[in-house]
Design a protein around this ligand. Structure first.
Ligand SMILES: Nc1nc2c(c(=O)[nH]1)N[C@H]1C(S)=C(S)[C@@H](COP(=O)(O)OP(=O)(O)OC[C@H]3O[C@@H](n4cnc5c(=O)[nH]c(N)nc54)[C@H](O)[C@@H]3O)O[C@H]1N2
Ligand SMILES: Nc1nc2c(c(=O)[nH]1)N[C@H]1C(S)=C(S)[C@@H](COP(=O)(O)OP(=O)(O)OC[C@H]3O[C@@H](n4cnc5c(=O)[nH]c(N)nc54)[C@H](O)[C@@H]3O)O[C@H]1N2
Ligand code: SF4
Ligand SMILES: [Mo]
Length: 876
């Protein structure tokens, strides 16, 4: 295969179209100009896809307890283990824990096997940690889990409200649309306790007190009510529940000063936000994890939807509540019914008979199964005896993650399907199954605006890797269900899924893609991106849902839900005075199994820091750049402190990405409390009471090497992938007696004649060493008693040289670049590798005054644009 393949990005729910052209070295990646989600654009992660498709770290063969086995053996053993547990303890003693990173076809087959053939609803997904509050809020308000919005709405909106969303980093290509809308006069309000890259672009930023969103939106409801902002005609004709919702809002929120006080923000900002909302019908409110991941997440979702319903701001071009999905196929998983709380094809368990007839299955689950957090509790206490985890890494991503790890250790049978050999979860697998990865797998995904796109393969799976649907179908076959799982390929599965969506039920859901049933292989292969609903006879997907004011409830009316603001489940106290907030950085994806392989993406934020307001640094005796012990009632980590005024005092932030594979102790899930929303089961991942104390280190250092390192117990380490080397950031509680031999042993350097440059100042506690092979840098190590160490970027550049000249050798010993301009600073623009220092200098020396001028001069920001908010930050 050498022709260009049209496919879809495997990262976020924006669902950008990608053109992939395989080359001798790998694959060339470009945005697909014809894809309606991105019109040719890609963000930094999408642009770097080529760096993540190598074989490094890939799981290539099935394994049973660490031993390579043939596929038939592994599949036999999975089936036998599940069969045994079901025989002995019943169908609810087994579970699948799946993922929004499966394709719709994989997901469909997994759901069908568990709910229709094993007869349990114990299949839940990482979407429980992600979108389940939005799902539950949609069901309560609209009668069905429907996201009514389209990306185009953002271009028509006069006001865009982003709540709990760091879109500039997490959905960068949709954020570019918002920037365009702003250029055309739209106003942007960002509601987030942190000053994020997104907030930096806002017309109004409301840095609200963590967890207080329901008060803010209840306040908006009462404000609209007392200022003529209610469309009574619409309310009367199309909704119910207004009285109760208004009462709950009045009881909890009240006047603007009261709201501002409760939310910890300025009165004039609240007033400005409310007035802007009142003034226009064209409002899109986008919400994400700052809303969903809360012990009262569903009420927060409904508090937002209420404000849209009372003015009829739903289902119209340029207005609506818009839950933006995280994973590439979070939406597809919801379509097939992959959550334990639904059955299939947007039907609940009341449709069990119909679905059973359609599947022609021996049994059917008749009630909801265990939701993710409860499911792992059931693994921990032995109610679940066999679990199959697919395309997710729960030892990193679930709350109270050490307990999850212990549960897997104790579980009699743990099966893991993954593309990566070493993950924190795979470590505890009895049986490891190699899955086909992006670029190899074949099927469909649905993005945030309900658009179904094809992921098409451009190469064969390496080793013995197999598509997830195939693996599941093989196990189904061995459990005695050959006929129902005898699929020739993904097209046949998609066809069945489409037909099921049109199954006559008591109430026909909006999710209907019957018009896509009956596609033959060629038509399926050629399928262009299309939005649902797509009922039979449709010529194109219907892009406007609820336009007629009819909703998917039994009486066709949308429900306003009384939303009661609640404090987070666990409050701060004198032992744990800080609120630990967690989330994402721009260039890493979740547990880094793929983005961690990319030197380009690893150059942006390269360490798992905890961001702390300078006032809290002082209060807790912390130094910027030094280590601290971050602890909660659930766990403790040692992490580097970054003092930042982008944090609010009283709250700290840590990224979720670093696992035990990349750092000594940065698995933030091990600190996070396991409280969940009573309605949705979504955990409170954004708020855990925490404490910080200094973690004194005797030395700090870093190491670059082209080779490996020999395992050594180190107090602190972080591994960063570089262009031609691996870098480690290090720190230790005790200084080695002899740096020279310590360094040599760490690097496994045994040749006494090797070319070493060394500098040691024992009094000052400084040591620097470089190991050259044929005049080329092979490794270098720097240590100091404080965090004052040379810039890393300058040293990484030396790894690009074929031979070091005399000046460069001297500079290594001096510990600073011969030419200070050689250090470009931390990377801001990943596409062109432009560093912070370079930008600052150009701005200063050449008087550059705009993002465009910086782009013209340095190229920074001119490709994917993900760094534009940061460049603007540097300019100001
Ligand atoms: N670069 C990158 N992009 C990604 C991903 C990734 O791993 N990396 N993952 C994808 C996935 S699966 C998802 S779900 C999305 C998530 O996308 P987002 O939801 O945008 O990302 P998060 O960083 O989890 O959280 C968003 C913001 O919520 C804020 N927040 C915390 N508490 C509160 C609160 O009480 N109220 C309000 N209003 N805000 C609060 C946080 O400070 C944070 O800035 O991103 C997707 N895109
Ligand atoms: N504290 C805290 N925790 C969080 C969050 C937070 O904001 N804060 N966010 C939550 C959210 S929104 C999410 S979505 C989760 C994400 O958390 P996870 O789902 O645990 O994270 P990933 O790293 O995406 O895990 C995907 C795994 O699937 C593998 N994989 C990739 N492609 C395939 C494939 O095609 N087939 C198979 N079988 N495997 C594949 C990858 O190698 C990787 O091991 O984290 C949640 N956890
Ligand atoms: S915004 Fe970036 S990560 Fe998300 S789908 Fe598009 S290219 Fe991929
Ligand atoms: Mo997510």
């Amino acid at each position: 295969m050498t022709e260009t393949v049209r496919t879809t990005c495997p990262y976020c729910g924006v669902g950008c179209g990608v053109l992939a052209r395989p080359t001798a070295e790998g694959v060339d990646i470009a945005g697909d100009p014809d894809h309606p989600a991105n019109h040719g654009r890609l963000c930094s992660k999408g642009s770097a896809l080529g760096e993540t498709v190598g074989l490094e770290g890939r799981l290539l063969n099935p394994q049973i307890r660490g031993r390579r086995v043939a596929w038939f053996k592994a599949l036999d053993e999975v089936a036998a283990g599940f069969h045994q547990a079901i025989q002995d303890y019943g169908p609810d003693s087994v579970a699948f824990y799946v993922s929004g990173q499966l394709l719709t076809e994989d997901y469909y087959v997994a759901n069908k096997l568990m709910k229709g053939f094993i007869g349990s609803a114990n299949i839940d997904t990482n979407s429980r940690l992600c979108m389940s509050s939005a799902v539950a809020g949609h069901v309560r308000a609209f009668g069905e889990d429907v996201v009514p919005g389209n990306y185009e709405d953002l271009h028509r909106a006069e006001l865009i409200v982003l709540v709990g969303s760091n879109m500039a980093w997490c959905h960068p290509i949709v954020f570019r649309r918002i920037r365009e809308a702003q250029a055309n006069g739209a106003r942007l309000v960002v509601i987030d306790p942190r000053r994020t890259a997104t907030a930096g672009e806002a017309d109004i930023h409301l840095p609200i007190e963590s967890g207080s969103d329901a008060v803010l939106f209840n306040g908006l409801l009462t404000f609209l009510e007392s200022n003529g902002g209610i469309d009574y005609e619409y309310l009367e004709a199309h909704t119910q529940g207004f009285g109760a919702a208004l009462k709950a809002a009045r009881d909890s929120a009240g006047s603007i000063p009261r709201v501002a006080g409760q939310c910890g923000v300025r009165e004039e900002d609240v007033a400005a936000f409310y007035r802007a909302f009142l003034r226009t019908d064209q409002v899109v409110t986008v919400f994400s994890q700052g809303i969903n991941q809360s012990s009262s997440g569903t009420d927060k979702v409904n508090a937002i939807i209420n404000c849209h319903l009372i003015g009829g701001r739903v289902g119209k071009p340029g207005s609506g509540p818009f839950s933006i999905t995280g994973q590439p196929n979070a939406m597809g998983g919801r379509e097939v019914g992959g959550l334990a709380s639904t059955l299939a094809a947007h039907s609940g368990f009341d449709a069990a008979d119909d679905v059973q007839r359609f599947w022609d299955s021996p049994v059917i689950a008749r009630e909801p199964g265990l939701k993710a957090v409860d499911l792992f509790d059931a693994v921990a206490d032995g109610r679940i005896r066999a679990i199959w985890i697919m395309a997710t890494n729960p030892v990193v991503s679930l709350p109270n993650a050490d307990r999850v790890r212990q549960a897997l250790k104790d579980c009699p049978l743990v099966v893991v399907s993954d593309v990566t050999r070493n993950t924190d979860t795979a470590t505890w697998a009895d049986i490891l199954l190699p899955a086909a990865a992006w670029g190899e797998k074949d099927g469909t995904v649905t993005n945030s605006e309900r658009r179904i796109s094809r992921q098409r393969p451009f190469r064969e799976p390496p080793g013995e890797a197999k598509p997830d649907w195939w693996i599941i179908a093989q196990v189904a076959d061995r459990l005695g269900f050959r006929q129902a799982f005898d699929y020739p390929g993904p097209a046949a599965i998609f066809d069945e899924h489409a037909r099921l969506s049109a199954l006559p039920r008591d109430r026909q859901p909006a999710f209907n893609i019957a018009g896509l049933a009956g596609l033959d292989r060629a038509a399926y292969d050629a399928l262009a991106p299309v939005q649902w609903p797509y009922p039979e006879g449709a010529l194109a997907g219907t892009d406007r849902l609820f336009a007629d004011g009819r909703f998917a409830t039994p009486d066709g009316r949308a429900a306003l839900v009384a939303a009661t603001p609640r404090r987070p489940a666990h409050e701060r106290d004198e032992h744990y005075p800080l609120a630990l907030n967690t989330g994402r950085v721009r260039d890493h994806w979740h547990t880094m199994t793929r983005t961690g392989l990319s030197p380009t993406l690893s150059a942006h934020i390269d360490e798992p820091i905890v961001a702390v307001h300078p006032r809290d640094c002082r209060r807790h005796g912390l130094t910027d750049g030094a280590m601290a012990r971050l602890s909660t009632r659930w766990g403790t980590l040692v992490v580097r402190v970054e003092a930042s005024t982008d944090q609010m005092p009283g709250s700290v932030f840590m990224p979720i990405h670093w696992s035990d594979q990349y750092a000594s102790s940065a698995r933030v899930g091990s600190l996070v409390n396991p409280a969940v929303c009573a309605v949705s089961g979504e955990p409170e991942l954004k708020h855990t009471p925490a404490n910080l104390e200094p973690a004194p280190m005797a030395w700090y250092g870093f190491l670059f090497t082209r080779g490996g390192v020999e395992a050594k117990p180190l107090d602190y380490w972080v591994r960063v992938t570089g262009q031609a080397f691996t870098r480690f950031e290090l720190a230790g509680r005790e200084r080695p007696a002899d740096w020279s031999s310590w360094t040599r042993s760490l690097l496994g350097a045994r040749d006494p004649d090797a070319d070493w440059l060394e500098y040691q100042d024992s009094r000052a506690g400084r040591y620097r060493a470089a190991w050259l092979v044929n005049e080329r840098m092979h490794a270098c190590f720097f240590a100091a008693p404080t965090t004052e160490l040379p810039a890393r970027r300058w040293l990484s550049a030396l790894f690009g040289r074929e031979a070091l000249n005399e000046a460069e050798r001297t500079s290594l010993l001096m510990g600073r670049p011969a030419d200070p301009a050689a250090d470009s600073g931390p990377v801001v623009c990943s596409c062109f590798g432009v560093g912070r220092n370079t930008i600052v200098e150009a701005v200063r020396e050449q008087g550059l005054a705009s993002v465009e001028a910086v782009g013209e001069c340095l190229q920074a920001g001119t490709n994917c644009g993900s760094c534009i908010p940061e460049i603007r930050g540097l300019l100001s």
